[in-house]
Design a protein around this ligand. Structure first.
Ligand code: 13P
Length: 251
């Protein structure tokens, strides 16, 4: 079985006490499985509770959902990569579509954040994906390539950064809509991303798929060898269901 990443993006859900209850249930239900890693992205206020709750299990880690690019200072409301690391983060989501489309983050800002995450020695998960309008206009690959190029050129040159990231392909139209890409649709875009990465000498980079992944469709998606894992929002919020998804989705 190939190594797979199951990443849970809790978005703006589960405060510290709820996070502790969640982990108590999850850890009881889920014992380490071969070749599977489970990454949790709680809201920043719950990061320390999650990082502490996961203990030293090598198959589990905690990460932050977003960072600002400056390391510290007068930036009210922001979390930096070094501060997230102090709270126990080992990874960071960067350029999530909600940051781009709800909060207006640009490709260039995503690039600065990615560079800051690398500088803080956290593992970046760079999210890319097209809107429905862009997909219907046949622009998926152009949009995704532009997002990769702009974000990764901020990290000390595309080549240096490219080998040190995980990519999450999340078509915007599939997020929280119940409408997911077919395994074939996802694999086609993953293959294009992989080709771009290979041109930049990154041959080991993992590519996760996200967008309405759940217990019912995860196994079919992961049957596509192009998918190295999944990034899951809504279906990761129930610890029992999430444990079952991680345990049963890999073929
Ligand atoms: P849903 O799984 O709720 O569609 O969210 C996907 C996502 O945005 C994960 O980052």
């Amino acid at each position: 079985m190939r190594p797979l990443v199951f990443a849970a993006n809790w978005k703006m859900n589960l405060g510290p006490a709820e996070a502790r209850d969640y982990l108590a249930t999850f850890l009881k239900a889920y014992s380490p499985q071969p070749n599977r890693q489970v990454w949790f992205f709680p809201p920043a206020v719950s990061l320390e509770a999650v990082a502490t709750g996961l203990g030293n299990r090598a198959d589990l880690l905690a990460g932050v959902q977003d960072v600002y690019w400056e390391p510290k200072g007068a930036f009210t409301g922001a979390t930096s990569a070094p501060l997230a690391a102090q709270a126990g983060a080992k990874a960071a989501l960067i350029g999530h579509s909600e940051r781009r489309h709800v909060f207006g983050e640009t490709d260039e800002q995503t690039g600065r954040k990615l560079a800051a995450v690398l500088e803080a020695k956290l593992h970046p998960v760079l999210c890319v994906g097209e809107t429905l309008e862009q997909r219907d206009a046949g622009r998926t690959l152009e949009v995704v390539t532009r997002q990769l190029e702009t974000a990764l050129s901020g990290g000390g040159g595309a080549r240096a950064a490219t080998a040190r990231v995980t990519i999450a392909y999340e078509p915007v139209w599939a997020i929280g809509t119940g409408r997911n890409a077919t395994p074939h649709d996802a694999a086609t875009v993953h293959a294009a991303i992989r080709a771009w990465l290979e041109q930049h000498e990154a041959t080991e980079t993992r590519i996760l798929y996200g967008g309405s992944v759940n217990l019912k469709n995860a196994a079919d998606l992961l049957a596509e060898p192009e998918l190295d894992g999944v990034l899951v929002g809504g279906a990761s919020l129930d610890p029992t269901g999430w444990g079952e998804l991680v345990r049963t989705a890999a073929v």
